[in-house]
Design a protein around this ligand. Structure first.
Ligand code: IPM
Ligand code: MG
Length: 372
């Protein structure tokens, strides 16, 4: 089997800490399963700004274009808050998404049984939850022009961002959602604000068009995004695949994350067009962000980043069995009561460090070999 190249961009905050555990997991799969991964590393976000004066160096972008898959930790820290917008750490991440055209952001919200008591919702509402948010990632208000802060007269100012979508941008992400639904419960719910926004009207019409013409076998429904947010916390198990725009997807996926017990559990995949090798362009990252309050303390939950690597094995490397082996190991670790502080809520539980959680997951991986 040809070598699979992975570019690791650990980034800022807890990024390097959780990525350290992922590197151990990658090494485990190389050594124990004979998978040939070629790992290289680069800088992104504040770390890149400190080194090069830009949150994403052109050479790093070139490296990212070459890689079969990119694993990213997190971007951003308070010390960069006062920087101009163009060089803020987050711009590094946004530029990667845009330049690589990673338009379909898959954010699964799965409630592991061992964590069903940790959700802010009652157990019966989240137990068995398995939904997938497909967020459009390269357009909408995040990138629309005009944008900026402009001076008006008399000292007034105005801030402008533009929400815009084209037919093709909507249809291609809708197709990603329908394809995923076919492998799941065959249901897609599309969310927008067609009651107040023209871009929402277009969104609804184009998703409908793709459904009618290309996926008549998949059940399609529509919801206004505000009602969708309400339904997500009222009765989350009604959803299978949710498809929505960049900004609504950002917000709805954070809400969905908390249903699963902790933001520290949620992985994501950002996929683009197929590359020559037949795999999509892809970047994998935890949803949680850089968590400056716990940076450097060996407290961060590495599960989201480790599960992001499981998604990489699934979507980029066609290693479904290995991906399952890894997510089973995470689940078994949680079932054994190993918990980082973000999950520590029940009486009598004592916290595990990032490293300890990594150790425990590697031990479960070892067990999985012993039993198979
Ligand atoms: C996310 C994050 C990013 C976003 C930030 C860090 C730019 O919140 O991936 O959800 O808004 O897309
Ligand atoms: Mg977000």
């Amino acid at each position: 089997m040809a070598s699979r190249s992975i570019l690791i961009l650990a980034g800022d905050g807890i990024g390097p800490e959780v990525m350290r555990e992922v590197k151990r997991v990658i090494l485990w799969f190389s050594e124990q399963c004979g998978i040939d991964f070629t790992v290289s590393e680069g800088l992104v976000g504040g770390a890149a700004y400190d080194a090069y004066g830009t949150p994403l160096h052109d050479d790093t972008l070139d490296q990212a274009r070459e890689a079969d898959a990119i694993l990213l930790g997190a971007a951003g820290a308070p010390k960069y808050d006062a920087l101009p917008f163009e060089v803020k750490p987050e711009r590094g991440l946004l530029k990667l998404r845009k330049e690589l055209d990673l338009y379909a952001n898959l954010r699964p919200a799965i409630c592991f049984e061992a964590l069903a008591d940790y959700s802010s919702l009652k157990k019966e509402f989240v137990s068995g939850l398995d939904l997938m948010i497909v967020r459009e990632l390269t357009s909408g208000v995040y990138f629309g022009e005009p944008r900026g802060i402009f001076d008006l007269k008399d000292g007034e100012r105005e801030g402008i961002n533009t929400q815009r979508y084209t037919t093709n941008e909507i249809r291609r992400v809708a197709r990603s959602a329908f394809e995923l639904a076919r492998q799941r419960q065959n249901r897609v719910c599309s969310m927008e604000k067609a009651n107040v926004m023209e871009s929402g009207v277009l969104w609804r019409e184009e998703v409908e068009w793709v459904g009618d013409n290309e996926y008549p076998d998949v059940e399609l429904s529509h919801m206004y995004a505000d009602a969708g947010a309400m339904q997500l916390v009222r009765k989350p198990k009604q959803f299978d695949v949710i498809v929505t725009d960049n900004l609504f997807g950002d917000i709805l996926s954070d809400a969905a994350a908390m249903l699963t017990g902790s933001l520290g559990m949620l992985p994501s995949a950002s996929l683009g067009e197929q590359m020559e090798a037949g795999w999509p362009r892809a970047l994998y990252e935890p949803v949680h962000g850089s968590a400056p309050d716990i940076t450097g303390q060996d407290k961060a939950n590495p599960c989201a980043c480790i599960l992001s690597f499981a998604m990489a094995m699934h979507y980029s490397f066609d290693m479904g069995a290995e991906a399952k082996r890894l997510s089973d190991a995470v689940e078994a670790t949680l079932a054994a009561g190993i918990r980082t502080p973000d999950l520590l809520q029940l009486p009598g539980e004592s916290p595990a460090s990032t490293t300890l959680m990594g150790d425990a997951i590697l031990r479960e991986l070892d067990h999985s070999l012993a039993y198979n």
